[in-house]
Ligand binder design. Structure first.
Ligand SMILES: [Zn+2]
Length: 292
């Protein structure tokens, strides 16, 4: 996933000034170590989810790291590292990345770009645009790394990154998208992805930055809407028996407490969904709604 040349630069501190600028965080050996540790945390979350159905790394989600360079505060793509580690350990063959950070998962798309895009419709600023790319064949697995990871990204269209390498499914959301529309598009994209592909692990990148008061985002989700988002993802994963590993990715709310609440709610949602009986009992109407 990362080129040996890039890894060498990180180890020796020999990034060019331009590369460092692009990463948007100042390089230090300690910071590189921190990113490697975060990747270790995501490996642990992945390993754990395969045993417990859900595993959460309270960090990670560095989805702007490319094979040969870092971008947007991301040095090492911990989720990609975790997937490859699980495959290397022969614990899984296939995985799906569902990226709900407000920024498109450009590094993810670049790393898992084996299924190549067909040009989609031009994005519109007035309505969400969904780009479906041909997915990998079901069950296609071992040794075919370029075709064994399906990527979904729901993001604000008018935001970084300007160039968005194609994911398997991209949902380009217009500015100001609120809870109801967002949840409907999420349900639609996830259902569509799972019709095309059967993952043995779901990697949920649960960014807090679709929040309406986020300083780097332009969507309009509430804290409650974000928790519903998490619940939706966990319910689908649970209903289909897909282990889900979670990373937190971005969150830049004006009040840091809001970001903490959103991230904490992800953990609470996981606990609520995975610790209740299944299928849900009729006396819990919230759980018997099915998908949105
Ligand atoms: Zn983000």
């Amino acid at each position: 996933m990362h080129t040996p040349e890039y890894v060498q630069k990180l180890k020796t501190g020999t990034l060019s000034p331009r590369e460092e600028l692009e990463m948007e965080v100042p390089y230090s050996r300690d910071l590189a170590e921190a990113f490697w540790l975060a990747a270790g945390g995501s490996i642990l979350a992945a390993r754990q989810c395969l045993e417990d159905r859900v595993g959460i790394s309270i960090g990670g989600g560095f989805h702007h790291a490319f094979p040969d360079h870092g971008e947007g505060f991301c040095m090492i793509h911990d989720v990609a590292v975790a997937i490859r580690a699980m495959q290397h350990e022969a614990k899984i063959r296939t995985a799906m990345i569902l990226d709900c950070d407000v920024h498109q998962g450009n590094g993810t798309a670049a790393i898992f770009s084996g299924t190549r895009p067909v040009a989609g419709a031009l994005p519109s600023s007035s309505a969400p645009t969904v780009h479906h790319r041909p997915g990998p064949p079901r069950g296609k697995t071992q040794g075919a790394h370029a075709r064994d990871v399906f990527t979904i990204s729901l993001h604000q269209h008018n935001n970084y990154p300007q160039y968005k390498p194609p994911s398997s499914i991209d949902v380009d959301l217009p500015d100001g998208t609120g809870d109801d529309d967002y949840l409907a598009w999420l349900d639609n994209a996830l259902s569509s992805g799972l019709r095309q592909f059967e993952p043995e692990m779901l990697c949920y990148v649960a960014g807090a930055d679709p929040y309406r008061l986020d300083q780097l985002g332009g969507l309009d989700l509430t804290i409650d809407g974000l928790k519903k988002r998490d619940e939706l993802v966990f319910r689908v994963a649970r209903a289909r028996n897909i282990p889900v590993m979670v990373t937190f990715a971005g969150g830049y709310a004006q009040n840091v407490e809001d970001t903490v609440t959103i991230h904490s709610n992800t953990v609470i949602a996981a606990k609520e969904v995975f610790s209740t009986s299944w299928p849900p009992q009729p006396c819990h109407p919230e759980q018997s709604e099915g998908s949105l």
